[in-house]
Design a protein around this ligand. Structure first.
Ligand code: FJE
Ligand code: FE
Length: 377
């Protein structure tokens, strides 16, 4: 498992990436050639005519080897020898993802007296298909998110500090605490309340992930993970909690109907991270605390409460130089490429479907049957 982890990870610039091993191989073979050649010239007077053909054959084979290596791996050799970009040499990705947008999330009111820092879903980042919203919430009693419906997407609530109680219209009730995750697939409909479960400020992240049109009316489903059951991995000063997807060779058991990865990284000073992200997926970082350098070794550091939208590519590199630890979440998802029509907690594909959702909620139909006679306690 740890070995699988290594290709994506290195704590120093002498990485074990194939680029470096190949460079080392070619350097070794050419240096081996030098003593051979010099031995040949210095001992030419003593060498008999019978050893000369063997030396020639060895040299010829070596030449073939070098030419074959050059032919088979030209990009690797080019990128390790070119000095056009300093990060190209220390990053194991062919197309490293860079930060294309950086947005500071300012506090706003939401729900009933609650405060959220919205990043995805605010006007600067309207949505990043399949992501609809990311709120960092800080809520104290009696504020919260009282009874409200959802249809057409998933909410993922990740507690950073404190506890939240969730109650829904089918009688389900539970409390999630620091480090726990509730992955709720609203599908055709859920009505619920989300309220602080303890005194003081309760903090967490809520991410909304869209569902494909074919999945919008599926049966609601919950996946709940207690903190102790969240897959973790740690190496060279980087700790990761894997909410969805795979990091460092460790996979989360969460089923993502819309293919998604979601992980929480903590990096100690002096560490670096190289996390593969599938090509074609949209990806962003949200910094929880500390600061670090994202995407390009020479980039300016980004700090807490910033959302970084990543450009195209096959992976993200992060450098944590000095100071306090850096903590951030990385999310990436396969775009649905479908029309998004949103009306508050209903996210559908057309105005007509939104109208239908509102009617269904109002009249208690098509998944909202239990809505009319229910209220949270
Ligand atoms: C809301 C629809 C909603 N951000 N962060 C409309 F679903 C909500 C809502 C939340 C929410 C809940 C939690 Cl626990 C954390 C959140 C929005 O419940 F506030 C409005 N206005
Ligand atoms: Fe909700």
């Amino acid at each position: 498992m740890l070995r699988q982890l290594l290709p994506h990870f290195s704590s120093s610039s002498s990485s074990s990436s194939p680029i470096y091993s190949l460079a080392r191989l070619t350097r070794q073979s050419s240096s081996r050639r030098v003593p051979l050649a010099s031995r040949k010239t210095s001992s030419s007077s003593r060498s008999s005519a019978s050893t000369r053909p063997f030396l020639c054959l060895a040299l010829f084979l070596l030449l073939i080897l070098v030419v074959t290596a050059l032919f088979l791996f030209p990009p690797a050799i080019m990128s390790s020898s070119s000095s056009s970009s300093s990060s190209a040499a220390s990053v194991p990705f062919e197309r490293p993802r860079k930060v294309v947008k950086k947005v500071l999330s300012l506090s706003q009111s939401e729900g009933d007296g609650a405060t959220v820092r919205r990043s995805i879903g605010r006007h600067e980042v309207p949505n990043l298909d399949p992501f609809l919203l990311l709120d960092e919430f800080s809520v104290s009693k009696p504020a919260g998110f009282p009874d409200h419906p959802h249809r057409g997407f998933e909410t993922v609530t990740y507690m950073l500090d404190g506890a939240f109680t969730h109650q829904d219209f089918s009688g389900r009730k539970g409390t999630i605490r620091t480090g726990d995750v509730q992955w709720m697939t609203a599908g055709r409909g859920i009505v619920h309340s989300e309220m602080p479960a303890a005194d003081g400020v309760q903090k967490g992240l809520q991410l909304w992930i869209n569902l494909a049109s074919k999945d919008k009316m599926i049966k609601p489903r919950y996946q709940e993970l207690e903190s102790k059951d969240i897959s973790q991995a740690e190496k060279h000063g980087v700790k990761v909690r894997i909410i969805a997807g795979e990091a460092f060779g460790v996979r989360s058991p969460v089923y993502t109907r819309t293919p998604t990865m979601y992980m929480d990284f903590t990096m100690q000073p002096g560490s670096q991270l190289h996390q593969p992200i599938p090509e074609g997926w949209n990806a962003f970082v949200y910094i929880i605390e500390g600061e670090g350098v994202f995407g390009r070794e020479g980039a300016a550091p980004a700090s807490a409460h910033h959302c970084l939208v990543l450009g195209a590519g096959d992976g993200l590199s992060v450098w944590k130089r000095s100071g306090a630890p850096l903590r951030f979440v990385l999310a990436a998802g396969q775009p649905l490429n479908e029309l998004v029509v949103q009306q508050g907690p209903f996210v559908m594909n057309s105005r007509a479907q939104i109208k239908k959702a509102m009617e269904d909620y109002y009249y208690g139909r098509n998944g909202f049957e239990k809505a009319s006679q229910w209220s949270s306690t």
